[in-house]
Design a protein around this ligand. Structure first.
Ligand code: HEM
Length: 481
């Protein structure tokens, strides 16, 4: 097995649990090397912290390393693996992925892209009304991305209060995913808080059931109405509309097929896929917006360069349009640098599908494989001044890109399990930051200096800023909105 800190009998390295964040694991990698073994009760895991080993796991031997690790909460809340993000690699996952890529996230499905624009417009209007007052940008970013994904998934005709209700359900899901459950590590101690934990799992899933069943029924009714009115009339399609076209109420399990025309989905599949989209698309993009704004506030010279570029390319008499994005090169470099220093998902969680050998070490089947994207993005063997925010490094010829071929820079992962929402996610990030710094000038709250900004992060499904970013906007454009 690979080297690693020595553990105790039965519990292994469980006493180090609090240390096993992206930062703690990067520290351990300095001590034990790019491949570490840790044991947490019955669960074994290896941690990959170098680009070469990431290439081996995500590309050269990807079919062996592309399963997902699971837990009691994940199994229950994903409707027993009825989704894509938590399903093991195989025909079922392939089928679900095809639906997501072609039907939900594709550039051709314009509605999601329109949701991004509409919601950013609303946010700009809100900020205009609050110029001169402090704004919690961390909260604003999360509310923006929740609205975008909610609208892309469910359409715009939600009823009063429903969005807030849905946010609460997701927050409880998120807490349950992250909660320490002893049964996952030492199964025979599982009785300790099993009853209470199970009760919370059942309640959370029941609430999601009630919520999404209602949405599905409303969409089905709308579809029937449309059919009656005009067979040929194209309905405005949100993600639920797309998914219910595969719904077979009589189906109890999926039949795997390579052709989308014969795919059948159950209600549980639809609920679980919606959950994937919500989790995949909300906190990730919000965290990236928050960090981009934080780094720009921390580095006023870089902010000035981005704003100069916006003045030259867009000018101060109009807002940023989609066609401007390809000319906003420095903005793009700034966002890449943000994703290098602060990958929203700092560690990728995979599992071995069979016994494997990695760098000469044995990695048995069903071992957890953690790829520390955060540590790789700050590897001093690869990156010059790895902890400095230097967007211009991405201007150089041959600079790394995040599309999955450069294993030194993997904020969206790479290979089979890489992010299917990358295009949509990056577009939402690019447009949000472009508009925030084009329409407004930002000052830190209460006379705080840029050097005093707290740059610590917290560790969970994503790694947002530990202390929210608060800043005061003033309007920058030369025409009234
Ligand atoms: C800045 C934005 C985003 C970042 C940095 C990001 C990053 C990632 C990463 C690192 C993974 C895991 C890769 C792996 O395990 O190897 C992932 C998976 C995933 N992402 Fe994203 N993501 C973003 C936006 C989105 C958006 C907007 C959506 C959907 C609307 C989305 C949906 C998903 C899904 C469903 C998966 C699971 C894929 C699978 O298991 O096959 N992501 N993402």
């Amino acid at each position: 097995y690979p080297p690693g800190p020595k553990g105790l009998p039965i519990i292994g390295n469980m006493s180090m649990m609090a240390q096993l964040t992206h930062r703690g694991l990067a520290q351990l990698a300095k001590q034990y090397g790019g491949l570490i073994h840790l044991q947490m009760g019955v669960l074994h895991m290896v941690v990959v912290s170098t680009p070469d080993l990431a290439r081996e796991v995500l590309q050269a031997q990807d079919s062996v390393f592309s399963n997902r690790s699971s837990s009691t909460a994940i199994r229950y809340l994903s409707y027993d693996g009825a989704d894509m993000a938590f399903a093991n690699y195989g025909p079922f996952w392939r089928q679900m992925r095809k639906i997501c890529v072609i039907k939900l996230f594709s550039r051709k499905r314009l509605e999601s892209w329109v949701s991004v624009r509409d919601e950013i417009n609303m946010v700009v209007q809100t900020i205009v009304a609050k110029t001169g007052s402090p704004i919690n940008l961390s909260k604003l970013a999360l509310s923006l991305t929740s609205h975008i994904i909610y609208k892309a998934a469910f359409g715009s005709n939600s009823h009063e209060g429903e969005e807030g209700q849905f946010e609460k359900i997701l927050q409880e899901f998120s807490r349950l995913f992250g909660e320490f459950n002893i049964a996952d590590f030492i199964p025979w101690l599982g009785w300790i808080h099993a009853k209470e934990f199970k009760k919370r799992l059942v309640n959370a899933r029941r609430e999601l059931d009630v919520f999404i069943d209602k949405v599905i029924d409303e969409h089905l009714a709308k579809k029937n109405n449309m059919n009656r009115k005009d067979e040929n009339e194209a309905a405005a399609t949100d993600m639920v509309d797309q998914l219910i076209s595969f719904l077979d109420e009589g189906a109890h399990e999926n039949k795997f097929t390579d052709s989308l025309s014969t795919v059948k989905l159950t209600r549980d599949n639809i609920k679980a896929l919606i959950m994937d989209v919500m989790f995949g698309g909300t906190e990730t993009v919000a965290t990236a917006i928050e960090w981009a704004m934080t780094e720009l506030m921390k580095n006023p010279k870089e902010l000035k360069k981005v704003q100069e570029e916006l003045s030259n390319v867009v000018g101060l008499y109009r807002r940023v349009q989609d066609f401007d994005l390809e000319n906003l090169t420095y903005l793009k470099c700034t966002l890449k640098e943000t994703l290098r220093l602060h990958p929203p998902i700092p560690v990728l969680l995979h599992e071995t599908a069979k016994d494997a050998v990695l760098a000469g070490y044995s990695i048995p089947v069903r071992w957890r494989v953690v790829i520390n994207a955060w540590a790789i993005g700050r590897d001093e063997m690869v990156w010059d001044e790895p902890n400095a925010f230097k967007p211009s490094r991405f201007l150089k010829q041959g600079a790394k890109d995040f599309k999955g071929n450069d294993f030194e820079f993997i904020p969206f992962g790479s290979g089979r399990r890489s992010c299917p929402g990358m295009q949509l996610g990056f577009y939402a990030l690019e447009m949000s930051v472009a508009e925030l710094v084009h329409c407004f000038t930002w000052e830190l709250h209460e006379g705080m200096k840029s050097g005093e900004l707290d740059m610590s992060d917290s560790f969970g499904l994503t790694a947002p800023k530990a202390v929210p970013l608060v800043a005061v906007p003033s309007y920058r454009l030369k025409y009234a909105l």
